[in-house]
Write a protein that binds this ligand. Structure first.
Ligand code: ZN
Length: 192
């Protein structure tokens, strides 16, 4: 058996495009996820659960076909492009060969493990799932707040300053990025 030296690691070999082992596993996960977009059981779920929406008419009077579905979380009706086909039990992560089998089983899962979620509900659930991988169990309300906080950090400076002023931040709090980040962090802890 070959020793697991640096030379034997494929991500270090000639022709490798990967800068590290984690980049290599990231690539493998990406390829598997691409394959899962054509997963026949997932496609069957979509076909069974989508419904026709009123898409209006073509110029020649023919009715347009538009597909949509219902979000399993908020029960709203959405166009297909606004819906994600979510894994109820998430596919999670995979960073080494011994995790491969479990990852494939979760990614190429049973029909019952699929649900439609609208973009917003999906973002919230994804946030919860990521926290879970990190070992933090987070309830839905906290996930909504976490998303809101993350969105606030990403805001352009002008709208961010406007919101900060409304929440009682001083000029000093808004002076530069480091000050704003520190204030947002503290604010996040107090307000939420
Ligand atoms: Zn929803």
């Amino acid at each position: 058996m070959k020793e697991n030296t640096k030379e034997n690691d494929v991500w270090n070999q000639k022709g490798s495009i990967w800068k590290s082992e984690s980049a290599y596993w990231n690539w493998i996960r990406g390829q598997l996820r691409r394959a899962s977009s054509r997963y026949p059981i997932k496609n069957a779920f979509i076909r069974d659960n989508r419904h026709r929406l009123d898409g209006g008419y073509y110029k020649n009077g023919k009715k347009k076909t538009m597909w949509g579905g219902v979000c399993n979380e908020c029960s709203g009706s959405f166009k297909m492009k606004e819906l994600a086909v979510d894994h109820i039990e998430p596919a999670g992560s995979m960073n080494s060969p011994d995790q491969l089998e479990a990852y494939i089983t979760r990614l190429f899962c049973s029909y019952d493990n699929f649900q439609f979620l609208c973009t917003t509900c999906h973002e919230i659930k994804t946030y919860q799932d990521i926290q879970k991988i990190r070992g933090v169990v987070i309830d839905k309300n906290d996930a909504v707040r976490g998303k809101a906080h993350a969105a606030m950090v990403k805001l352009k400076v002008t709208p961010l300053k406007k919101i900060m002023t409304q929440k009682g931040a001083t000029e000093e709090n808004m002076k530069n990025k480091a000050h704003r980040d520190a204030w947002l962090k503290a604010f996040h802890n107090i307000w939420w």
